[in-house]
Design a protein around this ligand. Sequence first.
Ligand code: PRT
Ligand code: ZN
Length: 296
Amino acid sequence: MNNSSRLRLALQKSGRLSKECISLLEKCGLKIQAGKSTLLYRVPNFPLDLLMVRDDDIPSFVSNGVCDAGIVGEDVYLEQLLTGNGAQDLEIGHRLGLAKCRLCLAVPENSDIENTRQLNGLRIATSFPGITQKYMYDNNIEVQLVEMEGSVEVAPQLQIADAIADLVSTGATLVANGMRLLQEIQSSEALLIRKSRNLCDDKLSIFNRLLIRIRGVLSATESKYIMLHAPEDSVKQIRELLPGAEAPTTLTLPGMPGKVAIHAVCQENIFWETMEELKKAGASAILVLPIEKMMV
Ligand code: PRT
Ligand code: ZN
């Protein structure tokens, strides 16, 4: 058990999750200068220690109390939950929207298979037997699973499987290996996890402080600050065009009768199409700015 008054967070040491997680924590104001061989890093300006490990160990480290919380891919979390292998008594503190990917069924490009029902009786290679089996069970399809640690995409070429269930991000790996996507079975993003109801008051308060910063960074990333000038009689129309803006501020413009300035935080991205619509509605001097931090 780790009983100090600092929160211990498990992170992937190196891999697809690690860079994005470190960058998120840095945006939360944490100074992180962990070297490549660092196992336990003490954050100097926040009561947080980082344990750098393989992603597969993160759920069990949190579950058995070696760490208080961790960041892990939803794919690994669900797999371990379904196979009873590490992810017990955990809860999701926040969905981080990072390292997004999808666990997908794929077949060789030249295969006759067009739908998942046609997989009945066939062999499927995967590193995610728990999630894949659940999908098959839920859809009443009987398959033979071939478990592989990596390089799943070459299994059909090696003739050890007829199809695969593997993580897909851009889809380039599937194409490079002559495979075609058949069906997504699970989407995945990085999750901040912690043990259910197990943190002492001190650690809970550190966890909540960290969570407030993380939420602030994530919502700032998704949000934009927009400023524009508008004719007074189009204010209603222009406000309706602003995506996800709750309470835009309207200001009078000295020396510009009949015109006002509108400032708003938009919770969604602002595309060029929206800017064109705003202009058509009479808006001018439209400025869209990124937001660095936000606390609501
Ligand atoms: O060493 P360690 O065990 O810590 O790392 P690892 O090798 O097991 O994991 P790593 O770093 O590869 O992935 C960590 C997490 O990143 C995963 O659990 C996912 O949640 C997430 N993630 C996001 C991905 C991908 N995108 C991804 N594209 N994990 C793996 N891939 C692989 C996929 O398996 C396939 O080989 O990338 C290839 C496909 O990519 P595209 O872009 O060609 O489709
Ligand atoms: Zn791993």
